[in-house]
Design a protein. Structure first.
Length: 389
């Protein structure tokens, strides 16, 4: 069985000969496969948009392309002996869209090669996004505000998996967000994470969140302790703002080898602990003043069990209000988390569905930023891809 033409595709990339279409054609030819179409998920992860003109958009809900994206598995359709295949588009470990191909057959070996091609193309598109605005702009389903554009450039990928752990984030309103952010990084057996909610709305809130995340990353990269990172973030805001500007947030670490969770809280809602597909606790520790108001950090600790998950969220989630005044609330959030966890969906799909429920609660629009960050610890072992083993 032939493998994709990676060598020729990479030669074209390195030589700068032709665009993505030519690179795709070179990669597909040996399989054989043809008519490749790259779809990128929009910033709300509700629609799959073609990277090149000439193809129609696909909804994530109710389509074969959407099923491949949301499940992380290949999907096929056989008509008159010609098979259309949809495979996830992968950037390292983050699903960013779908690659569609036509093949003469789709046995397991052929599908495996198509799935690997989806990972290859995902890396090519990611590299293209560093020197071109096209992959970014193609993902818009409506105009994006200046604060939102700045905020998305600040964020890490939607999801990433590491040895024994997975992290996934979601943020709405995707095209007008300002003030909320999340961040994470893993090194030397530790997953570092944070969630931030800057006060206010609009451009000022985005600048505040940007300074908060920047101060967090700067201290984290100096290998500071959680308490020292917390203090550095607080001092950065105190030193820059002469008023009472502040941000709430949580800063933490997860030891990948042991499941030891440590965190500090700056006036933020406590994380939820999901165990056995049930929310069993809010992880309370002594919350201090928000960043920027001079609080002193207090360290919280928890020893996770294999397959435990931690959900962090901003108050825009629980305080989302329907037209009749009904709050989304913690009880509704807990119920939805448990229901989606029981369905066995991957963490990024679980968050996408939570966001969809949140938008539906407010008739499609949010009046405050709403951010979710989910961490799952599988115990020691290989990288994980799902909420449950």
């Amino acid at each position: 069985m032939s493998e994709p033409g990676y060598t020729e595709a990479l030669r074209l990339v390195r030589a700068g000969e032709g665009g993505l279409e030519r690179v795709l054609a070179a990669a597909c030819a040996p399989l054989p496969a043809w008519d490749p179409v790259v779809y990128l998920a929009d910033f709300s992860r509700q629609v799959l948009l073609p990277l090149s003109a000439g193809a129609a958009a696909e909804e994530v809900a109710g389509t074969l392309a959407g099923r491949a994206f949301s499940s992380g598995r290949s999907v096929t359709s056989d008509q008159d002996g010609i098979v259309r295949v949809w495979v996830p588009l992968i950037e390292q470990t983050s699903r960013t869209g779908v690659l569609a191909l036509t093949m003469p057959r789709a046995e397991r070996d052929q599908l495996t090669q198509a799935e690997l091609l989806g990972e290859f193309v995902g890396l090519i598109v990611a590299a293209l996004g560093r020197v071109s605005d096209i992959p970014h702009v193609r993902r818009w389903t409506k105009p994006m505000s200046l604060p939102a554009c700045m905020q998305w450039d600040l964020l890490p990928p939607w999801t990433a998996s590491f040895s024994g752990a997975l992290v996934a984030g979601a943020l709405e309103p995707a095209y007008d967000v300002a003030g909320d952010a999340f961040d994470y990084a893993a090194d030397e057996g530790t997953l570092h994470f944070s969630i931030i909610d800057g006060m206010g709305h609009g451009l000022g809130s985005t600048v505040l969140a940007g300074l908060t995340v920047g101060a967090y990353r700067h201290a984290r990269r100096r290998r500071a302790t959680i308490q020292d990172i917390h203090t550095a973030v607080d001092q950065a805001l105190v030193g820059y703002y002469s008023d009472a500007s502040f941000a709430t947030g949580i800063i933490g670490t997860l030891a990948l080898g042991t499941g030891r969770l440590e965190w500090s809280c700056a006036g933020h809602p406590p994380p939820l602990l999901l165990r056995g597909r049930k929310v069993v606790a809010e992880l309370e520790n002594e919350a201090t003043l928000p960043f920027g108001l001079g609080g002193s950090p207090v360290l919280g600790t928890c020893d996770l069990e294999p397959d435990d998950a931690i959900l962090l969220y901003t108050d825009g989630v629980t305080e989302a209000r329907a037209a009749d005044g009904d709050l989304f609330g913690l009880a509704r959030l807990t119920d939805l988390v448990e229901r989606e966890a029981a369905s066995g969906q991957p963490p990024e799909e679980l968050l996408r569905r939570l966001v969809r429920a949140l938008l539906d609660h407010q008739a499609g629009g949010l009046r405050d930023d709403a951010t979710l960050l989910l961490l799952r610890w599988a115990g020691t072992g290989p990288a994980v891809t799902g909420l449950t083993s």
